[in-house]
Design a binder for this molecule. Sequence first.
Ligand SMILES: Nc1ncnc2c1ncn2[C@@H]1O[C@H](COP(=O)(O)OP(=O)(O)OP(=O)(O)O)[C@@H](O)[C@H]1O
Ligand SMILES: [Mg+2]
Length: 238
Amino acid sequence: MTPILETRNLNVRFGGVHATRDVNFSLAEAELRCVIGPNGAGKSTFFKLLTGQVKPTSGQILFRGRDISNMQPHEPGRLGIGIKTQVPSLFNGLSVWENVWLSARRSNSTEQADRITRETLERVGMLSLRDATTGLLAHGMRQWVEIGMVTAADPPLILLDEPAAGMSDAEVARTAELILEINRRHALVVVEHDMNFIRIIAKKVSVLHQGTILMEGTPDRIMSDPLIQQIYLGKKPH
Ligand SMILES: Nc1ncnc2c1ncn2[C@@H]1O[C@H](COP(=O)(O)OP(=O)(O)OP(=O)(O)O)[C@@H](O)[C@H]1O
Ligand SMILES: [Mg+2]
């Protein structure tokens, strides 16, 4: 079966820095994959390649078999790729409901958008705060509203950059559960540092190191590997 997302010998050089080296990545339809790696491993660069913010020096990115290597940054949404970057893209002055509704309305009628917004806010646990001003919410809640915005557009593939960053343990656990729930309908790639999160998700992990995929496997296998432990030594995964 054609993977929903694939990269073939993907490379990026920034001057003398070889930030992405021959990355061959493959995500099946409906799969959830976590991408981890130590500081400077190339996680953000890989994410930006998948979202069209960085262009490959060589190699290909395929979405359902279609070459999207030269995609412009405004194109992923139209193709069916939902993105949550680390920089929030919420409308702070609008309510929680309005933020999600605007996203749902893009490809739906007003009535459908109402229904989708309600379902989405229920799923992310924010329905009781539907009228709250988004800019006044705590960090974790803002992340959930943003995840809601991404899912409300119903893209087959969702890319999340460090969704659990800056969260408490309880919020990390809640976010991991939410992502597992979202995975029932969407394929996901989640770049994440937080080992707690990776453990709760317990799906296949790709480990980036020095720009390339060093290892892939379950979190248990990855974390018990001596090489991985050595790479993370000195900067213990938090
Ligand atoms: N625009 C750029 N110009 C030059 N070098 C860059 C650029 N972006 C990234 N790099 C370099 O590429 C390498 C990979 O960086 P990247 O930010 O992708 O790593 P990361 O895994 O996201 O790290 P972190 O965990 O610190 O966020 C690093 O050596 C970084 O300095
Ligand atoms: Mg990064």
